[in-house]
Design a protein around this ligand. Structure first.
Ligand SMILES: *Cc1c(COP(=O)(O)O)cnc(C)c1O
Length: 524
């Protein structure tokens, strides 16, 4: 094999310690099956605290609403209920779940597309409703009147912002009301003042670009001015989610990997993928076309630091930092982080069922036939170069590939290996469905040593969308069970192996309540 192209996961201390707990992980997967999702509720509280620190630094108040859709876990939501977080729910089921986990309605906001049942329960219990457009507003007002409910707090979701003199238009969205239609929407709000109370405006943009978000944030501040000029008294700007996660330990690995993917698409290096998958790139007569359809797995500024950077940007037309703009008006800032709040909060374990040799990827025509033949004769036949590793999990259980996140799994061997193994190998990870397309990775993953049947592969940082967003019972394969894990507090392990590797405890996700972590404390 050529030089291994690793994409090693970023593992902060808690997650790194968990992945070193080999016996613990094998006991869990042995008892509960493969695949298995493991969540770390204490970490979500730490991520929340990091967001709150950014608010404080900018002297801002407002709600940090966890976008529930990123993960279905009860443990994560219940752990957040014990903090000052709020919840962004986008379905009837998520609303019921948040209420049942301990969130009072005044800490919940209903967002996204809504059916009548979702809207009714939101109105009945008095959560805030993030209004998508005039139709939803009419439906909500009719429910409130029809059932004699108290006025419901609403925010208006806007989109299609443009800043005067700035040639940047925010991206199209199928959600929200165009900024230019605000006037008509406010006329509707005026008609419904008996049923709703306007408390803010906001956006959620599916982009990583801070410049686009700056245009939208300033647009919201101006929209609030418009609202106030019309006699409303809203105070909040809701800037949605999209703060992102850095999945990789080493940015240089990402640079090198994406460069090589580009070279492979151009045919100037051997293919790196299963059946010439190109992640959206095309070679048109020697010219590279298309764009890499991947999540930017290396994001040096992600999560709370991304919020900090955004708030420090100058407003595109008003010039002052965005945080200053909010502060001058005494506006509150609401955020709806999903992926960023569950950063480092979960791992998906999958058992290795079979390891077999497979063909090295075919050369593209452009790479030349002689070279391809050489390779087959030498490297390919002698070295355990390309392995097909079949896992007891399928692509929907892992979800990294589906969400365009390229990051290597961590090998958790069944037994401590005496020999140092095979050296680096390239493996394709195949799933447990009887389906050609069930590939957990469509790229050759480079691992420092070959896995063996019975080993576990740990996919780190899957709590954001990957571990359970699309998991289903295809072919009656079991959906992964989910467990919550936590460590004893450092002070109690003074005689033990040190706080980093303090003993791990676990329970089923649905059994977790915030008091359980305290149950492990011995008598004082
Ligand atoms: C998905 C979504 C979020 C969360 O997005 P992340 O990228 O996970 O932070 C927040 N708000 C709305 C309205 C969403 O649809």
């Amino acid at each position: 094999m050529d030089v291994p192209l690793y994409l090693e996961p970023r593992l902060e201390s808690r997650l790194a310690s968990l992945l070193r707990a080999r016996t613990f992980l094998h006991t869990l997967a042995g008892g509960l099956g493969s695949p298995l999702n493991v969540v770390l509720p204490d970490r979500i509280a730490e991520n929340l605290a990091a967001f709150r620190t950014v608010y404080r630094r900018h002297h801002l108040s407002g709600g940090i609403y966890f976008a529930h859709k990123a993960n279905r876990s009860s443990a994560l939501v219940r752990r957040l209920a014990a903090t000052d977080a709020a919840m962004d729910v986008a379905s009837l089921g998520e609303l019921q779940h948040a209420l049942g986990c301990g969130f009072a309605p005044d800490r919940i906001m209903a967002t996204g597309p809504k059916n009548p049942e979702f809207l009714w329960l939101a109105a009945r219990c008095g959560t805030a409703v993030n209004i998508d457009g005039p139709g939803e507003l009419d439906a909500l007002a009719a429910l409130v009147r029809g059932h004699g409910l108290p006025r419901v707090r609403i925010l208006l979701r806007l989109s299609g912002f443009r800043a005067p003199g700035v040639r940047l238009l925010t991206r199209q969205s199928r959600f929200g009301t165009a900024e230019g239609d605000l006037d008509a929407l406010l006329k509707s709000v005026e008609r419904h003042t008996d049923a709703v109370e306007l408390t803010g405006v906001g956006y959620h943009l599916d982009t990583t670009s801070p410049a686009e978000k700056a245009v939208a944030l300033e647009g919201c501040v101006k929209a609030l001015d418009t609202c106030r000029a019309r006699g409303f008294t809203p105070r909040a700007v809701d800037i949605g989610g999209g703060f992102g996660t850095d999945y990789l330990a080493d940015g240089a690995q990402w640079q090198r990997y994406t460069t090589e993917l580009t070279n492979a698409a151009l045919g100037t290096r051997p293919p790196m993928t299963w059946r010439r998958h190109t992640y959206g790139l095309r070679n048109e007569n020697g010219t590279l076309r298309g764009a890499l359809a991947l999540y930017p797995a290396h994001r040096p500024t992600a999560g709370a630091p991304y919020l900090d950077a955004l708030l420090s940007l100058p407003a595109p037309s008003l010039g002052r930092p965005l945080a200053t703009l909010l502060l001058e008006n005494l506006y509150e800032l609401h955020t709806e982080p999903g992926r960023a709040l569950v950063d480092q909060c979960g791992v998906t374990l999958a058992r290795v069922l079979e390891v077999r040799r497979t063909e090295a990827p075919e050369r593209t025509e452009a790479a030349g036939r002689t070279e391809a033949t050489d390779r087959t004769d030498t490297a390919d036949r002698t070295a355990p170069d390309h392995l097909l590793v079949r896992l007891d999990a399928n692509a929907d259980d892992i979800g990294l590939e589906e969400h365009g996140v390229l990051v290597d799994p961590v090998l958790v061997p069944r037994a401590a290996r005496t020999d140092t193994g095979t050296g680096p190998v390239a493996v394709y990870l195949a799933g447990n469905l009887c389906l050609e397309a069930d590939m957990i990775t469509r790229r050759a993953v480079h691992l420092p040593a070959a896995p063996e049947p019975g080993d576990l592969l740990a996919f780190a940082n899957t709590a954001g969308y990957c571990m359970d967003f699309s998991a289903d019972e295809a072919q009656q394969q079991p959906v992964a069970r989910k467990v919550a894990v936590w460590q004893e507090e450092a002070a109690e392990t003074a005689d033990g192996p040190g706080p980093e590797d303090a003993r791990w405890h676990w329970c089923l996700d649905e059994q977790y309540w915030p008091h359980v972590t305290r149950r492990t404390k011995g008598p004082a």
